[in-house]
Write a protein that binds this ligand. Structure first.
Ligand SMILES: CC(C)(COP(=O)(O)OP(=O)(O)OC[C@H]1O[C@@H](n2cnc3c(N)ncnc32)[C@H](O)[C@@H]1OP(=O)(O)O)[C@@H](O)C(=O)NCCC(=O)NCCS
Length: 210
């Protein structure tokens, strides 16, 4: 994905081998429990695809992470990836803002910049999954709703909290509900964690808490 000018005050700088440690130092403060997962995701995204595990290679068609920069300072992280199965949709990956900068609209700006990036690349919808009622993700749920994402309940749980899928149409069309075969139980953080299919299992690995 090429670098593009952003309309937001936040600039999204693509992850590369020179800034990966900067990105990780921001990321690991936001997602403390998942620090090692993020490092694996970040470095994996920069490696040639033939080095990826087959399960990821077969599922993921594009995987791009970004450092959110404001006034030349790293303030947060975001990411986008697509799957071979649904090339018109893009999924959010590792999204968050430095804790000290929260509550003054920057998180919203970061999401707007991410949406702009997805829209410019022609995707029809942006999807993400998160947990409801779990600190520190409660504000994220408000943010998604305020920006017009449509929430969809699932029968999944992560760390005991209900998993929601949020979808946003990027071309003026309401995205269809995410269709899932939620029958396959995967090893998760609790016995209720289930996944639809291998794609969703990869979403767990790439984006959220295992
Ligand atoms: C999610 C996150 C990026 C939001 O950043 P932020 O700077 O705190 O949020 P903002 O100040 O931009 O506020 C976002 C919106 O949420 C709203 N909001 C915040 N707290 C709210 C509350 N208690 N009730 C209702 N709305 C609330 C704000 O009003 C704002 O909407 P508005 O601008 O239309 O008024 C940040 O909290 C974060 O990094 N959290 C941890 C990581 C995370 O949750 N990542 C997502 C994982 S799925």
């Amino acid at each position: 994905m090429p670098i593009e000018k952003q309309t937001s005050l936040i600039n999204l700088t693509p992850l590369n081998w020179f800034n990966i440690l900067t990105a990780w130092s921001v990321a690991k403060k936001i997602f403390k429990k998942e620090a090692m997962d993020i490092l694996i995701c970040y470095s994996g995204s920069l490696l040639p695809r033939w080095l990826w595990p087959k399960i990821n290679r077969d599922a993921i068609s594009e995987l791009n992470y970004f450092i959110a920069m404001k006034d030349n300072q790293p303030v947060g992280i975001t990411g986008l990836y697509t799957t071979h199965n649904q090339p018109e949709e893009v999924w959010l990956a590792w999204f968050g803002l430095n804790e000290k900068l929260r509550g003054r609209g920057l998180g919203k700006e970061l999401m707007v910049a991410t949406i702009d990036m997805a829209r410019k690349h022609g995707y029809q919808s942006l999807r993400l999954w998160t947990t409801a009622n779990e600190e520190p993700f409660i504000v994220a749920n408000y943010l998604y709703q305020k920006l017009g994402f449509i929430a969809q309940e699932t029968d999944l749980k992560s760390y005991g909290f209900p998993v929601l899928i949020y979808s946003l149409g990027l071309s003026g069309i309401t995205p269809p509900l995410y269709k899932a075969d939620m029958t396959t139980t995967i090893g998760g953080t609790d016995s209720n964690t289930k996944s639809h299919n291998s794609i969703f299992r990869i979403l767990f690995r790439l984006y959220c808490k295992q």
